[in-house]
Design a protein. Structure first.
Length: 217
């Protein structure tokens, strides 16, 4: 029984440590490809119909606007001089503006837009240009980078996440890489050349997450 338990423990430990987590030491495809904005022809706002999130590309960088749902008690609104509700809009939540609201069971429900900078002065996320239609958002996390691909085509924007099989050694062709065990994961940091990254940059390792359409004002 003890031998079986020992073998089982070793086997399970092997399974745990076989889980690989891949990151990149530098922004990909390389530092020489870093830009501070996309081409001007792609400036605009692109919306995800499901989440209603809006990605905005400007001369200042890349931004995302998301909707955060909030509530206020009807009693508080009635007794407060700061808030008021007129014709389905709540006033006082956003300075100088009113937003739609719905009353349910004594609570006013409303959504507040929150605009955050992804690529801008002071942010750690780096934007790189792969081609005239394709860019990489390199998110900085725990001392390394995780890439997200953004692709423009006409009035559409596609966002694709970096993906791989955690139980396989996917990127043995990358000559420069290091690894260490961290939190039961084999944390592998890749430093691919531009040509090596071309082998990574495909539909197997970048899986489409969402497709967005440009908002026309």
């Amino acid at each position: 029984m003890k031998i079986f338990a020992t073998i089982t423990t070793i086997f399970l430990s092997g399974m745990i440590f076989s889980q690989n987590s891949y990151l990149f030491e530098h922004p990909v495809p390389s530092n020489e490809h870093i830009v501070d904005k996309v081409e001007a022809s792609y400036f605009g706002k692109y919306q995800d119909k499901d989440s209603r999130a809006i990605y905005e590309f400007t001369a200042e960088g890349v931004f995302i606007t998301s909707m955060n749902m909030s509530t206020l008690p009807k009693k508080l609104v009635r007794e407060s001089s700061k808030y008021s509700v007129k014709k389905g809009f709540i006033h006082g939540v956003v300075i100088g503006d009113s937003i739609p609201c719905v009353l349910q069971k004594g609570l006013y429900y409303f959504g507040v837009h929150n605009r955050e900078a992804i690529v801008h002065r002071g942010t750690r996320t780096t934007l790189t240009k792969v081609s005239s239609e394709q860019y990489i958002l390199n998110y900085f996390e725990n001392g390394a980078y995780i890439p997200v691909k953004i692709s423009f085509k006409g009035s559409n924007l596609t966002i694709s996440d970096f993906d791989y099989d955690q139980e396989k050694t996917e990127f043995g062709f990358v000559k420069v890489q290091s690894s260490q065990i961290s939190n039961s994961l084999n944390r592998i940091v890749l430093s691919p050349s531009v040509d090596e990254f071309k082998r990574i940059n495909n539909t197997t390792h970048f899986i489409r997450r969402i497709a967005l359409e440009e908002l026309i004002d």
